[in-house]
Design a protein around this ligand. Structure first.
Ligand code: C2E
Ligand code: CA
Ligand code: CA
Ligand code: CA
Length: 277
């Protein structure tokens, strides 16, 4: 078994992935992994001050003995189009979870944020796929948030606006993930019917020691709020970061300080322990 584990680790070495035959093998393994239910969703809690408001859905691959992180397989899945069935599976699972939460008053308010890759978003069937996931599962559309990144929006902003608007009409929310990396022009940003900005972890990390990052975070928060958007910070690991966010007017965050990405049962237990009656 040890030997098996070792070869698996070697197999997912990013440098090995450069190699075409290794990539082809990874593709076959992803396909087989989908068929054999090796993929699992982890949920990272999101809070508004001390209240749980939802979670970000993060994909994990249980391949043999090891949990493979998305950094090791998402880009290969994206290049090979396997991201389409994989991403569809993620969306359906998340919607099923929302439908389940909707049945209980204690959990009905919770949202789930789902990461969508460029290829999924640009696919002609994107809007239909999301609408179908909602319809097939009975998920409350208002509790679903789709996370997009800046680079996938601005090369064809008109079609991005059309896609987002079509799903906003159903109630689906849209978050701009990793925000602050500097791709967006202000006027383009204002045209997009988003509901949330998510401040990138790289700005949160050194908030206490780096005056530039601290100012940047404060600017993003006021920009977001002035546009009527929710603002959430990712990668929050310390109380001092939380204090700075609160002082800057941002009341929503996620990060290891609150909870790592975790199986659904753990998340539900964590939330249960914190519910105050
Ligand atoms: P992301 O969307 O920016 O997700 C946040 C990443 O930061 C996650 O890594 C999460 O585990 C990690 N993280 C959360 N809180 C903290 C913290 O306090 N400190 C630190 N150091 N890290 C924190 P993860 O789960 O490995 O995911 C990596 C990336 O893979 C994600 O970045 C996302 O771009 C992609 N990804 C994950 N799941 C999916 C999916 O279902 N579909 C697609 N298309 N991409 C996914
Ligand atoms: Ca994300
Ligand atoms: Ca992010
Ligand atoms: Ca990030």
């Amino acid at each position: 078994a040890a030997q098996n584990g070792q070869s698996t680790v070697h197999f997912f070495d990013p440098q090995t992935q450069e190699n075409a035959s290794a990539r082809a093998l990874l593709e076959r393994n992803i396909k087989a992994g989908l068929a054999m239910s090796e993929f699992v969703l982890y949920y990272q809690p999101q809070v508004e001050k001390s209240n749980f408001i939802g979670a970000e859905v993060l994909l994990r691959w249980r391949h043999g003995e090891v949990f493979v992180s998305p950094d090791k397989f998402i880009s290969t899945a994206e290049q090979s189009n396997l991201i389409l069935p994989l991403g569809n599976w993620v969306l359906h699972q998340a919607c099923k979870q929302l439908a389940q939460w909707a049945e209980r008053s204690e959990t009905a308010h919770l949202t789930l944020s789902v990461n969508i890759s460029p290829k999924q978003f640009k696919h002609a069937q994107f809007v239909d796929t999301v609408v179908q996931a909602i319809a097939n599962t009975g998920a409350p559309a208002r509790q679903l948030i789709i996370e997009l990144t800046e680079s996938m929006l601005f090369e064809d902003i008109d079609s991005a606006i059309a896609r987002i608007s079509a799903l906003r009409a159903h109630g689906v929310g849209f978050s701009l993930d990793d925000f602050g990396m500097g791709y967006s022009s202000l006027s383009d940003l204002q045209r997009l019917p988003l509901t949330e900005l998510k401040i990138d972890r790289s700005f949160i990390r050194d908030i206490q020691h780096n005056a530039h990052d601290a100012r940047m975070v404060r600017s993003i928060i006021s920009l977001g709020h002035s546009m009527g958007l929710q603002v959430i910070a990712e990668g929050v690991e310390t109380q001092a970061q939380i204090d700075y966010l609160i002082d800057s007017g941002c009341m929503r965050w996620q990060g290891y300080f609150i909870g790592k990405p975790q199986p659904i049962a753990h998340l539900e237990q964590l939330m249960q322990e914190h519910i105050t009656f």
